[in-house]
Ligand binder design. Structure first.
Ligand SMILES: Cc1cc2nc3c(=O)[nH]c(=O)nc-3n(C[C@H](O)[C@H](O)[C@H](O)COP(=O)(O)OP(=O)(O)OC[C@H]3O[C@@H](n4cnc5c(N)ncnc54)[C@H](O)[C@@H]3O)c2cc1C
Length: 440
């Protein structure tokens, strides 16, 4: 790459946001190059295999209530797989384990969620998930933590425990570290209904994997994606931006779309520096640094689901998600990504034995998204005050540098859907800017 040639747009990062943005720019007739640090595209969506069974280290489930990713799924021609529903559940509560009926679980969860979200005959706290800025009480709701609200709830202990366990899975972080508004956004986007929310979060996935969806989007647009290009510097001059990589390559563009994860923004050197609030937010990071565990068992007749309250066990929820003959694939989530090594079978089996005596893994895996320098966390989960501050601070580009990512999704922030939505909107913003650049 030479510094002399100026391309129209360089996109940083080939996750769903970067791919959607690059496709929009390319389809508008501009020259666009995407620089990706890893040796693969897809970012926090990564399909792999565990002893012959497809697994997703990262993003997995999609739903038709997530309009942007659903549209991509329909266009891709890929097939959908429905994960099996919960088998008998074991609940861990104050050091003891007991069986829990699924219908009872869902009923308590519905009561808990409606109390948590303060559902009333006047309607919902967040009526329009895509228009947070029009919500008068938005800043106040954003200033509270999930823990603040759970502590104040006037509901029975069992309902509180089930609600806290389920929300812990959704947050992938401790409830004191997450904004109340972050969870209200999920509740609102899934129609204020527990059954629908669980469907949106963990029922339908792409049979051949999310990496195939990323590839379909990139290859249909014939994108120019340069892998193993780790961007280190963004240097703006009046009419262009120079991007440098750690390998010493340089590329110049009229406009840049930075589609890196929120927690990685602080690793880039921006000249001039980012505006104060963008800089502050990037240093703070978002809260989700938890664990996703995948493992296989052989020969279990029914399978087991396990639920444990926050802090009770390293895993808050376990559920079998695929049955193939006598093999089962399980997924588990916990709030501490460093609690144990999901790739160490012995360690995994120690954790499982404590969750259910009949659970024994034959193989296990998980990716350390927490220590991965190109993600530094799992899905975007804003801390108290960060929802509103992020939308306000990143509303404007930094001169010729624009931003996209799951953290800027107006509806499903923290999801593939939000990443695609943001990429599409940012591409439109940049196309408009390129047209104006030409006129001046
Ligand atoms: C364990 C886990 C489970 C999840 N489950 C779901 C789910 O079921 N459903 C769902 O919708 N979402 C889920 N998510 C969230 C989803 O993965 C993300 O919201 C979405 O993939 C984010 O897309 P993005 O393009 O904004 O960011 P990313 O996918 O992170 O893409 C950013 C890209 O930037 C690259 N990059 C970083 N630094 C540099 C650099 N210096 N130079 C060049 N490139 C760089 C990265 O390698 C990456 O490819 C999950 C995430 C995780 C981690």
């Amino acid at each position: 790459m030479s510094t002399d040639r100026v391309v129209d747009v360089v996109v940083l990062g080939a996750g769903f946001a970067g791919i959607a943005a690059a496709r929009g720019i390319k389809n508008a007739g501009y020259k666009v190059i995407t620089l990706e640090a890893r040796d693969r595209i897809g970012g926090r969506a990564w399909t792999s295999e565990l002893s012959g069974t497809k697994i997703e280290y990262g993003a997995t489930w999609i739903h038709w209530f997530q309009p942007f990713v659903w549209q991509e799924f329909l266009r891709s021609g890929l097939s959908l797989h429905e994960d099996p529903w919960f088998p008998p559940i074991t609940l861990h509560e104050h050091g003891k384990a007991r069986p829990l009926d699924f219908d009872h679980f869902r009923e308590r969860l519905s009561i808990g969620w409606n109390a948590f979200a303060k559902t009333s005959s006047d309607g919902h706290l967040l009526e329009r998930p895509y228009q947070l800025e029009e919500l008068e009480a938005a800043e106040e709701l954003d200033s509270l933590s999930v823990q603040d609200v759970i502590d104040q709830l006037d509901i029975d202990d069992e309902t509180k425990l089930l609600l806290s366990s389920e929300i812990a899975v959704q947050m992938n972080a401790h409830p004191k570290d997450v904004s109340y508004l972050s969870q209200l956004r999920w509740w609102s986007a899934s129609g204020w209904d527990v059954a629908l929310m669980i469907d949106c979060l963990a029922r339908y996935k792409i049979e051949s994997g999310m990496s195939d969806l990323a590839s379909a989007m990139a290859s249909n647009a014939d994108l120019d994606i340069r892998l193993q290009h780790v961007v280190s510097e963004v240097l703006q001059s009046p009419n262009s931006v120079e991007i440098s990589t750690t390998e010493g390559k340089k590329i110049r563009a009229r406009r840049v779309i930075c589609a890196l994860p929120f927690n990685c923004l602080k690793d880039l050197s921006f000249t001039p520096p980012l505006a104060a609030e963008k800089h502050a937010l990037s240093q703070e990071e978002h809260a989700a640094k938890g664990m996703k565990l995948l493992f296989k068992t052989v020969g279990e007749p029914e399978g087991h689901a396990v639920i444990a309250g926050p802090g009770e066990k390293p895993i808050n929820l376990l559920n079998p998600i695929r049955v193939e003959g006598i093999e089962r694939l399980y997924v588990g989530f916990g709030t501490d990504g460093t609690a144990f090594d999901p790739n160490n079978l012995e360690e995994v089996n120690r954790v499982l034995a404590d969750l259910h005596p009949e659970l024994e893994a034959t193989d296990a895996a998980g990716h350390d998204w927490h220590n991965d320098e190109f993600s530094r966390g799992t899905w975007h989960m804003p801390k108290p005050t960060q929802n509103i501050r992020t939308l306000q601070a990143f509303d404007a580009p930094e001169h010729r540098v624009h931003f996209a990512g799951d953290y800027l999704g107006r509806g499903w922030a923290g999801f593939v859907d939000g990443a695609i939505e943001s990429g599409i909107r940012t591409a439109d913003e940049v196309i408009e800017a390129l047209r104006k650049d030409k006129q001046t």
